[in-house]
Design a protein around this ligand. Structure first.
Ligand SMILES: *[C@@H]1O[C@H](CO)[C@@H](O)[C@H](O)[C@H]1NC(C)=O
Length: 340
């Protein structure tokens, strides 16, 4: 049993000796296994295990993780030249293309698919929507931008910002201005609806702030044409009037008082009172008198004349004097309409 083990051990040693080189290779040489001869290492290597795998490098050359001897400026991607070990060492981040040293934030450029930010390589897929990769650097899309595409073109804006589609920028209007979606510019914020001062009962007293319109050519807020307009068109024409003013064909006029009526040809309220006259009832054919009234301009009301038979009477509150009388009445010397 012991003899058998010894024999196996001896045979193994014998076969090993048979394939071993006849001599050790000299320095700067390696054993070529195909020819079983010693061959010179490449000039960049001081020791090597094959024609392409270095063990140590020539002075001035750094060994790479792949056992190559390169000039320190030619360290491969994801490595940096480490002077103390004369080697190209791996960067801290696996996605760094170049780095200054092995520090966590020492990347100086990143591999494809990643972007540099503060010495770190950020995966582009994980960047914020408000960022994009510009020349390998994480770059902000711009002020007010919520989202931009991979080339930095604005897609959407943050709340409070407005997208200028032409310039692809996000604009925030100052508080005195308002965004105009049509022109994509900030316009002056106009008082589009007039504000008024009212008394304790809520009735109109005065105009606090006249209604305005925006004049696009002047880029200014301009008062509406009518001082009592509640709002007006872009051309200044009245659209509505402040209550109680009434919109009469674009003019805001005070409402007629008392018995006044609007005269569309003279453009004003008029107190027109009917003269006394007979009228016939259309149903039973009976005739009755419609009493004369006179215009009391002080109260804007039509007041009845004293006499039933008057056509017109004196425009005086306490006067009982008729001026002329309806048919079947005659005017007395003291101004009364009397019947026979
Ligand atoms: C309205 O005003 C016009 C012009 O002043 C006048 O001629 C007309 O008589 C007035 N109409 C009435 C109903 O009072």
């Amino acid at each position: 049993m012991r003899g058998a083990v010894l024999f196996i051990a001896f045979s193994a040693l014998a076969s090993l000796v048979a394939s071993a080189p006849a001599t050790m290779c000299a320095t700067r040489q390696y054993l070529d296994p195909t020819t079983n001869t010693c061959k010179a290492c490449p000039a960049s290597m001081t020791a090597c295990s094959s024609a392409t795998v270095a063990i140590t490098c020539q002075r001035g050359r750094y060994i790479t993780p792949a056992k190559q001897c390169v000039s320190p400026t030619a360290c491969p991607p994801n490595t940096f030249p480490d002077a103390s070990t004369k080697s190209c060492k791996k960067c801290y981040a696996a996605n760094a293309a170049t780095c200054m040293d092995g520090g966590t934030a020492s990347a100086t450029s990143c591999l494809s698919g990643s972007c540099l930010s503060g010495g770190r390589c950020v995966y582009i897929a994980r960047m914020g929507s408000y960022q994009y990769c510009s020349n390998g650097l994480v770059t902000s899309c711009g002020t007010g931008v919520l989202k931009c595409d991979s080339s930095g073109v604005t897609i959407t804006c943050k709340l409070g910002y407005n997208l200028a589609s032409g310039a692809k920028t996000c604009i925030k209007c100052p508080s005195s201005q308002i965004w105009n979606a049509q022109t994509e510019e900030c316009d002056e914020r106009c008082t589009l609806v007039a504000t008024v001062k009212t008394d304790s009962s809520g009735a109109f007293e005065s105009v606090k702030q006249r209604a305005q319109r925006f004049d696009a050519s002047l880029n200014l807020c301009v008062d509406c044409d009518d001082p009592f307009a509640e709002s007006c068109s872009s051309g200044g024409e009245t659209e509505s009037c402040i209550s109680p003013f009434e919109n009469r064909d674009g003019l805001c006029v005070a409402p007629c008082k008392g018995d006044e009526t609007w005269n569309a040809s003279s453009w004003q309220c008029e107190l027109v009172c009917s003269d006394g006259h007979y009228e016939t009832d259309p149903v039973d054919g009976s005739t009755y008198i419609v009493r004369a009234r006179w215009p009391n301009y002080a109260t804007s009301t039509c007041e009845y004349c004293w006499d039933l038979g008057a056509v017109t009477c004196e425009n005086e509150p306490d006067s009982h004097m008729s001026i002329n009388c309806i048919e079947d009445y005659f005017l007395s010397n003291d101004g009364q309409c009397l019947t026979w």
